[in-house]
Ligand binder design. Structure first.
Ligand code: FES
Length: 88
């Protein structure tokens, strides 16, 4: 089970639920468009996590070291995030 901690709520992800879908399900406002890792609009900041965050495929969107793509990243354990979407 993966626990997600934001400044707004704590919740867990369902099996096979993306971080983006979990954020939307729990009432967070998050930007997104493609849901496939190329537009970058779902970027959020990872503050800390108990496990490394990885991707099932190499996303095309450019992100900084402390950013993750909520639509397609794989998270495990516990993750603390700033759920506010990152503006350019
Ligand atoms: S929604 Fe486009 S990269 Fe996540």
């Amino acid at each position: 089970m993966t626990w997600v901690m934001t400044s707004k709520k704590q919740f867990y992800l369902h099996d096979d639920e993306s971080l983006l879908d979990g954020l939307l399900r729990t009432g967070h406002e998050v930007n997104y468009q493609c849901r496939e890792g190329y537009c970058g609009s779902c970027r959020i900041r990872r503050i800390a996590s108990s496990h490394p965050v990885d991707y099932p495929f190499q996303p095309l969107a450019m992100i900084e070291d402390d950013e993750i793509l909520s639509c397609c990243c794989r998270v495990q354990g516990v993750i603390y995030i700033n759920h506010e979407s990152i503006k350019d």
